[in-house]
Design a protein around this ligand. Structure first.
Ligand SMILES: Cc1cc2nc3c(=O)[nH]c(=O)nc-3n(C[C@H](O)[C@H](O)[C@H](O)COP(=O)(O)O)c2cc1C
Length: 344
């Protein structure tokens, strides 16, 4: 019966074609999600958190899923292998944070996750995967539940279409598919034909994921593979402008104007400001420790990137980030001045 079908998630309504920032442990923190949102990401998702850790009240884990109102629609992603624990964790998150959706991870290939029969390991046990989803959906009448899978465990078991049908039947409202198998890890081509086949089999929105970058023919992905949205991961790291660029490519076929080094430094400072403003309870050294890897990703490709990386690894205060910006832009001006003199 139509009335029994769950409502379409608003970010897919009226032919909208949302761009998702992929969940990425260690990168998609509150500051980076916010930057991506400001640069055109439509939907953001927290990094995955272990359901048991949520129930234990682990502060670090709870910190990683906090979000601000301007990040909506925002999903919180959980993983685990026990239906009751997953359901209880999802309920606790919804009661405390009221995210726009709970996302269930069935894609992580890391050994420490699969050895507990969680993440992509559940692609080898579809009955358990289905029962986990069903339990979570049942305890969340007030919050949509979505899922993220890989296309299968290995090339011999491409279960995405079968998993997609199962997930739809138990009430999952959207499905992100990373077009690689667990065995592929992050290498090799994403298999968009299987994503397409799955999208054909089910009526819930399918979000395509796997190596989408600025140079990609994103218009073709939208037209050919029946997806309702795209999800970008690694190519967004240090590059929140990816989203405006893909939007521009989809709208006009032309790329957006790339950011200048100055604009990229502005983003670094903005990121630092957001993190500092949010994590007021953390000591500076601890917060900078969390941020260093992410700051390094922003300066990749800057003139003098190697030196910048070293300086970032030794940061002891937020003020030093501004000093780094000033020195870097000064050095750039000197180089540009020399080039102009040579050319002139
Ligand atoms: C550093 C890193 C951390 C990731 N963490 C998560 C995660 O927490 N949850 C998840 O579903 N996928 C995670 N992924 C997978 C990405 O969401 C995405 O599916 C994958 O990187 C493929 O997309 P891409 O080729 O655009 O990067 C992670 C990937 C990377 C590189």
């Amino acid at each position: 019966m139509d009335s029994m079908l769950p409502a379409m998630l608003p970010w897919f309504e009226d032919g909208k074609f949302p761009l998702y920032l992929a969940p990425m442990a260690g990168f998609t923190d509150i500051g980076f999600r916010k930057l991506c949102k400001e640069k055109g990401a439509d939907v953001v998702v927290s990094e995955f958190v272990l359901a048991d850790a949520i129930l234990r009240g682990d502060h670090k884990v709870w910190n990683s899923i906090e979000f601000t109102e301007d990040q909506r629609p925002m999903g919180v992603q959980i993983f685990g292998s026990e239906s009751d624990v997953m359901a209880a964790a999802a309920r606790t998150i919804v009661d405390r944070l009221n995210p726009d959706f709970i996302d269930l991870n069935f894609g992580c290939p890391a050994k420490k996750v699969t050895c507990k029969n969680a993440g992509s390991s559940l692609l080898r046990d579809l009955p358990l995967l289905g029962s986990i989803c069903e339990s979570v959906v049942q305890v969340l009448p007030d919050c949509p539940v979505t899922a993220k899978i890989r296309i299968g465990w290995d090339s011999e078991s491409l279960v995405a279409p079968e998993a997609g049908k199962l997930l739809e039947s138990v009430g999952i409202q959207a499905l992100a598919i990373h077009g690689r198998t667990k065995a592929q890890g992050y290498k090799g081509d994403a298999n968009w034909d299987i994503i397409h086949e799955t999208a054909q089999e089910i009526s819930i929105p399918v979000i395509g994921n796997g190596s989408i970058a600025s140079g990609y023919n994103v218009g073709e992905l939208r037209e050919r593979y029946g997806v309702s949205g795209l999800m970008m991961g690694r190519s967004a790291i240090g590059n929140p402008w990816l989203f405006e660029n893909i939007k521009s490519l989809l709208a006009t076929g032309e790329p957006a104007i790339p950011p200048t080094v100055e604009e990229r430094w502005d983003a670094v400072l903005r990121y630092a400001d957001i993190m500092r403003g949010h994590y007021t309870h953390l000591r500076t050294d601890r917060l900078l420790g969390i941020m260093k890897g992410r700051l390094v990703s922003f300066v990749a490709g800057f003139p003098g990137a190697r030196q910048l990386r070293n300086r970032i690894s030794r940061l002891t205060s937020f003020e030093e980030i501004e000093v780094l910006r000033d020195e870097s832009l000064e050095a750039l001006k000197r180089v540009e001045g020399r080039v102009a003199r040579v050319e002139g």
